[in-house]
Every structure is written in C-alpha cells, then in structure tokens.
Design a protein around this ligand. Structure first.
Ligand code: MN
Ligand code: MN
Length: 469
C-alpha cells in the first residue's frame, strides 16, 4: 500500500514539469512499433548516402504512393499528390489540401546532404607508386575522424559528350572500399603534439585508391595509368572527365542497431536523413488533408544553404508561389500564412561529455522529438527564434496527439552553437520552429540516434499534416 500523498507532494505534482524516459511511458507494443519503423529507416540510410541518392529514393517512394511530377502551370485540385525535382539534389513533395491556399501550407523542411569528403576537380595522382585522390571536405567535420575507416565513392561524372556516368563503389558486399591513412603511433611523436583540429590536416585527407602498376617498362606513372585504365574499361571515362564531376566519399559502414537492447541506431548521415525520412513517411501516408502539406528535402545545408539547391535560393518560394497561383492565390499570401517545422537534428546529451551542455535545457536520447525554439551562437546570433505563440501551437499539437517531446538547446551559452534552415524560411515571413531527433556524435562518420525518438519525430510530422483546420 502506498502511503497517502501530502498536500505539498500533490501540489508539486500539479505544478512541476514532468520528464520521463520514453521506455517508461510507452507500452511494449508501442516500443516495438518504433523498432519496426526503424527497420525501413535503416534500409533508407544504406540506400541514400548522398543528396542525389536521397532525392532518388524519395522520388521513387513517392511515385509508389501515386505522387506525380509537378510542372508550373499544371492544374491542381484537393487530394493531388505532387513532387518537384530540383536538379536531382533536392525534392519538394506536396499533398493538396481541401482548404484554400490563402490559409498557407504546412511545411516540413529537412536536408539530405551530410558532411563528407568531396573529390577535388583534378583528384588523381601517383606518389611513390601509390595512387591517391586529392579531396576537399564538405561541411563541418572533425577531420581526424575520417582517417582509417572504410570509405565508399558516390557521384556522377559528365563526359565531354554530355553523357552522365553514375558511380557507387564500396556499398555492395564484395566491392572494394577506399581509405585515408594516418600515422602509426610509433612515428607520431610530432603529430600527437598537434591540436585535435589539426590532427589530420585538410590537405592530408588524401584517399588511397590503388598500388599496382600498369605492366610496361618504359611509361611513367604506371600506378595512376593502371587506375585510369580500370576506370576507362569500366565506365568509359578519361582523366579530364573528373573536371566535370561531383564525386563524394562517404563512410562505407551500414546502419546497425547499437547496444545489447538494440535501442539505438548507428549510421552515417542521420543528420539530417533522420528528419528527411520521418517527414517523407509522414507525407507519403497523407491521403486527405485540410491544409496543403509540403515536405522540402533540401541540399547544401551543411555548407550554409547557398547554391541553387539550398534553401537560401528561391526554389521553395517559387514552388509555393506556383501552387498558389494554380488556385488564383498570390504567392505572398501563401508564404506569409505558412507554418513550418524546420526538421533538423539537435545534439543529444552525452554522458561522456556532459560539460558542453546545460542539462536543464539539453535534449536527451529517448525523451522524444526535440523542439528547439532558437539556435545560433553567442547572443542568439543567426537564429529565427520562434514566437511564444507558435511554440504554444506546436506544444498543444504534441500534447493532443500523445507525442513524447522535449525541448533542446545546442550546447551551453557561448560554447559554440549552430544553425539550421529555420532562419532562411522565417525570412520569407512564415512561422518556423526547429523540430527533430537528438543525435549523439553528430557529424561523425558514425552517428547515433534512439529508435523511440525517430518514431516520435515521424508522429509529430504526421500529426502536423493531419491537424484539422
Ligand atoms: Mn542538420
Ligand atoms: Mn549538420
């Protein structure tokens, strides 16, 4: 028998905020629904390691659900499912609602690019009978983490005649992989005195791609020649075709369960494919919605959102203007009345590095989808800072739909910071807040998320789109 609660205890229960681990709130059946959902998420991760592959995957999943390619000027009606492909690197999907476009749309925007190692324009060289690629890293990485792990090569080359060659090497069982070397500890006496940031320097991120010579006694650069001969035979390319290419090295690891209890998923590229996938699944499951539902899977977030596939460009705005015009509503009205969940990850509290966060406001694994009111650095520089009114709306949406959620902040004040696409969308005049999954070891070659958080994020997007009125 539990003893009766005192007046103070009852008052505390009434007034204090409660936070509870999802594993204690959810039934076993609910937890296994999270686990099931994450099985297909892992497949998505393995199949979509670059922005191009993620865009392709999203489009083929959308087509299966009856989404049709949209072209401006196309006539639209409630219930139509459309997608717009921006150069194969960013995708917008929409389900047209029954309510007037004047009321705006419900938008979830996630990015499908992740930190990685890009090849330089002129990458291939031979040095002391080893063939290597020169690289230029993409996004914020701790460079030393990318040495001595298996890497796979993804991307496209455009040949002189304009034909496109698509490459994906290192993902299939039996494929070779690639490798950035590091010094052996025996000879690293000087190297270990470098700061962590310089442990491996940018120009040391050279990728080993071969070591066997072309059989010939006279010719120089035999190892390089042998590599080009293999590439020519397999893809019909020559060295100058690298000049017009986008080739990306990413970790060759597969997504796997982590832990004896299989509660976590380790993978490359959770940031931000975990939000891209959950938002995508939410819109794919929409059949009838009152307000038009839109998912934007964007590129270039990791380098600041510039470029014609990034959210600083006009492509999303143009899309919203165009679909508004199909109903005779001017684009400005659509955009200003739009509500947006900027779908991006936040840092999860890490017990090994507790000092970088302020625990009362940090996000924790297994505490559900994170709602981040503001990001930025120093005095909130660069943030869009959602209004109390909009946070209130999102909060009541979460609570009404039994979504386990938490708030988050990216680290202690003045310790660093970061941003998302939220500010660029807010600059268009819409209401925006960051919503996403907490990630451990964000931007590392292998990042970690909790399955319950992934599922709760999916539920949040679903509830957002299906909200009446
Ligand atoms: Mn991100
Ligand atoms: Mn990121």
């Amino acid at each position: 028998m539990s003893k009766e609660k005192s007046a103070a205890e009852l008052l505390k229960e009434q007034l204090f905020m409660k936070k509870k681990h999802a594993g204690l709130v959810m039934t076993e059946e609910q937890v296994s629904r999270c686990d099931d959902f994450c099985e297909s998420y892992k497949d998505f991760l393995d199949g979509a390691k670059t922005e191009r592959e993620a865009a392709d995957s999203a489009i083929s999943l959308a087509k299966e659900e009856g989404f049709k390619e949209y072209t401006p000027g196309m006539s639209l009606k409630a219930g139509d499912k459309i997608y717009y492909n921006n150069r194969g690197k960013a995708v917008i999907l929409a389900v047209i609602g029954s309510e007037s476009m004047e009321k705006g749309v419900r938008l979830a925007a996630a990015h499908i690019d992740s930190p990685r190692i890009d090849l330089k324009q002129n990458p291939l060289y031979e040095d002391n009978e080893v063939a290597l690629f020169k690289t230029h890293y993409y996004g914020g990485i701790k460079k030393y983490q990318w040495a001595t792990i298996p890497l796979s090569l993804h991307g496209v080359l455009i040949k002189k005649d304009g034909t496109k060659v698509t490459i994906r090497i290192g993902e299939d069982e039996g494929d070779p992989v690639f490798f950035i070397s590091d010094l052996l500890p025996h000879l690293a006496q000087e190297q270990v005195k470098r700061t962590l940031n310089e442990g491996i320097k940018g120009e040391e991120l050279n990728i080993v791609v071969g070591s066997r010579p072309f059989r010939d006694d006279d010719v120089s650069d035999k190892v390089k020649l042998n590599i080009l001969s293999i590439l020519h035979e397999k893809y019909g390319i020559i060295e100058s075709d690298f000049l017009s290419a986008e080739l990306e090295m990413v970790p060759a690891f597969k997504a796997k369960d982590i832990g004896f209890d299989r509660s976590l998923i380790g993978s490359y590229g959770h940031d931000d494919r975990v939000c891209a996938y959950t938002a995508l699944q939410a819109i794919l499951g929409c059949s009838t919605v009152t307000k038009t539902a839109v998912v934007c899977l964007t590129d270039k977030e990791e380098t600041g959102s510039d470029g014609n596939t990034g959210l600083c460009s006009a492509y999303l705005k143009n899309f919203l203007y165009d679909i508004g015009e199909s109903f005779g509503v001017n684009g400005r009205t659509v955009v200003s009345n739009t509500e947006c969940l900027s779908a991006d990850v936040n840092a999860a509290f890490d017990p090994t590095f507790p000092d970088v966060v302020e625990k009362r406001n940090a996000a924790f694994l297994n505490y559900g989808v994170v709602v981040t009111k503001f990001t930025g650095a120093r005095g909130k520089s660069g943030t869009s800072d959602a209004s109390a009114e909009f946070v209130g709306k999102v909060r009541s949406l979460m609570e009404k739909n039994d979504i386990i959620w938490q708030t988050g902040e990216l680290g202690k004040v003045d310790l660093g910071g970061g941003g998302t696409v939220a500010a660029y969308l807010a600059n268009l005049g819409m209401d925006v807040i960051d919503v996403g999954v907490p990630v451990m070891a964000m931007h590392a070659p292998y990042e970690v998320v909790a399955k319950t958080d992934v599922y709760m994020t999916y539920k949040a997007f679903k509830a957002f789109f299906e909200e009446q009125g």
